[in-house]
Design a protein around this ligand. Structure first.
Ligand code: ADP
Length: 332
């Protein structure tokens, strides 16, 4: 079985954008690949963050991932596998400073920090995190990494580091990881469909995967459909987003019927919203139910994750031992 590596930062609530755009894909990939899924708490420290919340967010994310269908045995917490940071250091010495400063995400995120903070503080961690990400991938000798457009440059960096490493040690040790392109939708904010659904924009801009029924219905009911100006005369972004949500939630039949109604000019947006809300509530209530079951025995999941992290760590330790040998470090 080929190996897949993917990771997600523990930064708070999981919303429908995260689920439809990333996590649902994780669930599906589990049947076809040996998957390593990391909750990457070290990465979550690279942007300004709240030390009181990181650990809670980490466990919450684990619970949320399992509640939506990720298998606990595929999950690990990055800081419980310290070999990632050790390999990250080694890779720092196989990566040029210039290449890191040219990363678009570094530029974007440092801009975000500048705009959001009273005093400007951009950590070396923010500059360096693509190197740690390279270690996350290569330590499991991943064949594939599911990527969206925004992560392509980082995977390219991982391939460059692997190549430089191989050249320097004179051996094709690391397999170059390949991108795994999977079609994932981009979900927009229902409150402002010109922007993507995101936590950073505030509560009304995202729908929590575990929201109660009334909240989901209220958020869909108040979804912006027509924003006034629509120069192309085509379907507005808000309506497109409602159709996207319906399709993503799995109700293809209603999607197609309502699309036909739209095309013949007979669609009432209130009807569309009703169907979208029904489909989402079906999903969110299943997930909430599952989360309640997990939370009824929290210790069980904690034990499972500690065990899976320890198990996954064995693979990481093996790679690190081999790498240390190759680069001339002590290995005892
Ligand atoms: P947020 O913007 O809410 O902080 P993250 O940036 O932490 O979310 O994203 C975590 C994962 O979810 C990433 O793989 C990202 O591509 C995906 N994702 C986030 N928002 C959306 C969205 N609106 N539509 C589709 N995918 C999304």
């Amino acid at each position: 079985m080929k190996t897949v590596l993917s990771a997600i930062q523990p930064t708070g609530d999981m919303h429908l954008g995260n689920y439809f755009g990333a996590v649902k894909n994780w669930v599906q990939l589990q049947d076809r690949y040996r998957c390593f899924y990391g909750v990457v708490d070290y990465h979550a420290m690279t942007m300004p963050y709240d030390v009181q919340k990181l650990r809670t967010y980490t466990w919450d994310l684990i619970t949320n991932l399992v509640a939506v269908g990720v298998k606990p045995e595929n999950l690990f917490i990055q800081s419980l596998v310290p070999e990632h940071t050790e390999l990250g250091w080694i890779f720092n010495c196989f990566c040029s400073y210039g290449q890191l400063t040219r990363m678009t995400q570094f530029k974007d995120k440092s801009q975000q920090v500048r705009e959001g903070a009273k005093e400007e503080f951009i950590s070396v961690g923010l500059l360096d995190y693509p190197v740690l990400q390279t270690a996350d991938i290569l330590i499991y000798k991943a064949d594939y990494v599911p990527v969206g457009k925004d992560q392509e440059q980082h995977l390219e960096l991982a391939r460059d580091i692997a190549q430089r490493f191989n050249a320097q040690v004179g051996k094709e040790y690391f397999v170059l990881p390949e991108p795994l392109y999977t079609e994932t939708p981009k979900i927009r904010s229902t409150a402002d469909p010109t922007r993507k659904m995101s936590k950073s924009a505030g509560e009304k801009h995202y729908i929590n995967v575990f929201a109660d029924e009334a909240t989901v219905r209220r958020q869909i009911k108040s979804a912006v459909t027509d924003t006034g100006e629509n120069p192309t005369g085509g379907m507005s972004e808000g309506v497109q987003n409602l159709f996207e949500l319906l399709k993503s939630a799995g109700d293809q039949k209603s999607h197609d019927d309502l699309m036909q109604a739209y095309q013949s000019g007979n669609l009432k947006y209130a009807d569309l919203k009703q169907v979208v809300a029904d489909a989402l509530v079906k999903l969110t209530s299943e997930f909430s139910e599952r989360k309640k079951e997990i939370n009824a025995d929290k210790k069980r999941l904690k034990d499972q994750i500690k065990a899976s992290s320890a198990d996954i760590r064995k693979t990481a330790q093996q790679t690190l031992r081999e790498v240390k040998e190759l680069v001339g470090l002590m290995n005892v």
